[in-house]
Design a protein around this ligand. Sequence first.
Ligand code: FES
Length: 99
Amino acid sequence: MADETPVIRFFRGSRPLGTARIVPDTPIVEIAELAGVEIPTNCTAGNCGTCLVRLVRGRVDLPEELPPGLDDDVVAEGGILTCCLYPTGSCDIDVIPPL
Ligand code: FES
């Protein structure tokens, strides 16, 4: 049975920081807060890249046109913006950004 509640586990490198359940229509940065993990933000609109982290496991839907704070190279390294992206299932996230 697939009744496991999807969660995001947050890490700094290999050190676990906290875990929180995914809340529908809630961006990753707010789920991080629920886990007691603070991810810095600035524009909260996908422009500045301040909230960049690295997706280690799982999937996050990217918009067809990448927000200005992301580019293909960063995405290839697992980079995701937590202020404006939403998880589609359980994920592991390293708060240390790629590159
Ligand atoms: S806070 Fe600026 S891109 Fe997320």
